[in-house]
Design a protein around this ligand. Structure first.
Ligand SMILES: [Zn+2]
Length: 490
């Protein structure tokens, strides 16, 4: 867009003459037009930072909202904005919008969020459906608990659900599920409202709602029928993110628990249609993946993953992907042992940390060199390399704190930052890719001149379905060691 580029260029040259309102408005306008101009955003943030105290509450709300819309994360500026005194005079819409912006930028600042919560409780009667939905969504997306805020929101929402849009209802249901917020009357009221209005819900909102209720085990037959009947006619509008999420909760067991035959027919056909849709999209991805991995162009592989616009393919989608790439489930004896190991580790860690813990993985391998056709491998090398390892997500080893991280080295498995869905999550810290990289290094050291000549077994168990970056790291490992029986369970 030449006009916007010219405006951005001109604005940068005159940025020091901008007042606080033009600074905020310029950023807001580009965000509203969905045009991301990084040099302009940098110039605006550099100019705003030393003058942050001069900004009015509304200007700050607009500024931080526009940065969130453009996924532009400037930590010094966010720190400067996150002062409770800057909330003075904010209304319900502004508070909800600021919470949403901080959450979207994954900038968790507990004192500031507490101050937003206190100000929101004081103004709760003026919260509209969208404000409620944005507020609870923000707390849920940051995994922050705040019981007084949720109680205030629940009692203010209950009598006013009729005024909530489909998107607000589905966001509210989603947040209630994610936060494990136990409020049966609110859930019942949301469910009744969804049943009455599901025909006007978008496909994504239907999927979101189904996921929320199913994950709380409250997807009862009337709600399930209403959602399935409304969603089945909009199925082509569902994106991959919604499709894999709903497919994971709409299991065959959900269908069999339905006693009424009409509901069973509707939900079964909905699930089959969804499965077809996901199968088609994952198959198209599988056709591109090995080519992208083998390409000498270093950008094509990350682009191939980022273009899917999901952080994970979920349990069903990942299973499809791995099956097509000939990664099987591990032997049941290994899975039972690994699951027991992971659950003991989880319990111990929960007891020690007094809070929830992230995902973890466990790997066991026993690999030997395949005798070549010349038969020149000595028998003593028959059992070449074996071991087992356990890792949690997000933990660096001592020696990795300084210097280069193992996964940055040439030849290592590649992690991909999933910029369209979770741009701030460092996928190099996932336990499964780190374990597979440990095994790759061990096997490489044991047989430096021929990794494709190794055979044996590598089995990996993950405490939940892997993210897309790790699912594809599993594929990379599969391609590196074609003769090894490689099993992955989750
Ligand atoms: Zn991962």
């Amino acid at each position: 867009m030449p006009l916007l580029s010219s405006i951005a260029a001109a604005a940068q040259t005159k940025i020091t003459f901008f007042g606080t309102q033009p600074l905020a408005n310029t950023s807001w306008s580009f965000a509203t037009l969905r045009v991301v101009h990084l040099p302009l955003l940098k110039a605006i943030s550099e100019e705003a930072l030393p003058r942050i105290a001069e900004f009015g509450t509304r200007e700050l709300e607009n500024l931080v909202w526009s940065f969130a819309k453009q996924r532009f994360r400037n930590l010094p500026l966010l720190h400067a904005i996150a002062s409770p005194s800057r909330l003075t005079g904010g209304n319900a819409r502004g508070l909800a919008s600021t919470a949403w912006s901080f959450s979207t930028l994954t900038f968790v600042h507990n004192p500031f969020m507490d101050a937003i919560a206190a100000a929101s409780i004081a103004r709760i009667t003026s919260f509209q459906g969208r404000d409620v939905a944005n507020t609870v969504w923000s707390w849920a997306a940051m995994s922050l608990q705040h019981q007084p805020l949720f109680d205030a929101i629940a009692s203010a929402s209950l009598p006013r659900l009729e005024a909530f849009s489909g998107q607000s209802l589905s966001n509210l249901a989603w947040a209630v599920a994610v936060l494990h917020f136990d409020d049966p009357p609110l859930l019942q009221a949301i469910s009744e409202r969804v049943q009455k209005t599901s025909a006007v819900f978008s496909a994504a909102d239907l999927a979101n709602t189904a996921w929320a209720f199913a994950s709380m085990s409250c997807l009862d037959p009337p709600l399930l029928t209403a959602i399935s009947a409304a969603a089945i006619v909009k199925i082509s509008d569902l994106d991959l993110y919604a499709s894999v999420a709903i497919l994971d909760v709409l299991t065959p067991e959900t269908n069999s628990s339905v006693s009424d035959q009409a509901t069973e027919v509707i939900t079964k056909s909905f699930r089959c249609s969804l499965l077809r849709l996901v199968r088609r999209r994952v198959a198209a991805f599988v056709r591109e993946l090995p080519t992208a991995l083998g390409s000498s162009d270093l950008t094509s592989y990350p682009q191939c993953l980022v273009a899917l616009r999901v952080a994970s393919l979920g349990a069903v989608g990942t299973e499809l992907l791995l099956n097509w790439m000939e990664v099987r489930k591990p032997p049941s004896a290994f899975s039972e042992h690994a699951e027991q190991f992971l659950s003991v580790a989880h319990t111990t860690e929960t007891r020690r940390s007094q809070k929830g813990v992230g995902a973890a993985s466990y790997v066991k391998w026993c690999v030997r060199r395949v005798p070549s056709c010349q038969g020149n491998v000595p028998q003593s090398e028959a059992s070449l390399c074996e071991g087992e390892l356990f890792r949690r997500n997000g933990l660096l080893l001592e020696e990795e704190h300084d210097g280069q991280r193992v996964l940055d080295l040439p030849g290592s498995l590649r992690a991909v930052r999933l910029t369209t869905t979770s741009p701030h999550t460092d996928r190099r810290l996932c336990s499964e890719i780190r374990l597979l990289e440990d095994v790759r290094i061990a096997l490489n050291q044991a047989s430096p001149d021929g990794m494709e000549e190794l055979a044996g077994e590598v089995n990996l168990q993950i405490s939940r379905p892997p993210c897309l970056s790790c699912a594809c790291a599993i594929v990379q490992f599969r391609l590196l060691f074609p003769k090894i029986a490689f099993g992955v369970g989750f």
